[in-house]
Design a protein. Structure first.
Length: 148
């Protein structure tokens, strides 16, 4: 099912809505409650993430339906509203990061998140390492995409 949406650079006026969507999507994906408070998550989104990453939102009307944070070599965050999985939003956000990349992107996803693994593999990413160097202390997979 296709949804109408636009992509915009992150705007702090969407902070609370973005964090609510992000937390719900991540909890569904990994089955673990957020480790940080909403306030800490908003601070991270507004102050920490933009220092190293371009942050973009997908909006359907005024509703945040996706977020991506990326730079020329890495995708740090990619979350889609749980009601909009499979709608093309994640693919559009990921394609924007690919186009802005140096020709190679890396990202991590949790081993427990089989849906994300299938999504990334469908979009040309290959698993290159495994580990669990994350605050959730869950096994994760390092993926890499190289421009054809």
């Amino acid at each position: 099912m296709q949804h109408q949406f636009i992509m915009i650079p992150y705007n702090p006026k969407y902070a609370e809505q973005t964090v609510d969507m992000w937390r719900a999507s991540k909890e569904k994906a990994i089955g673990q409650k957020a480790l940080h408070s909403v306030e800490d998550h908003i601070y991270f989104l507004n102050s920490i993430l933009p220092e190293r990453f371009q942050v973009e939102l997908a909006l359907s009307g005024e509703k945040v339906v996706g977020i991506i944070a990326y730079n020329e070599s890495e995708v740090s965050q990619l979350y889609i509203h749980i009601d909009h999985h499979g709608s093309g939003i994640g693919e559009s956000l990921l394609n924007k990061a690919k186009h802005q990349s140096s020709g190679k992107l890396r990202l991590y996803t949790f081993e427990v998140n089989a849906i994300a693994q299938r999504f990334y593999e469908k979009h040309g990413f290959k698993a290159i390492a495994r580990g669990h160097e994350n605050e959730e202390n869950l096994p994760d997979i390092l993926y890499e995409w190289v421009s054809p």
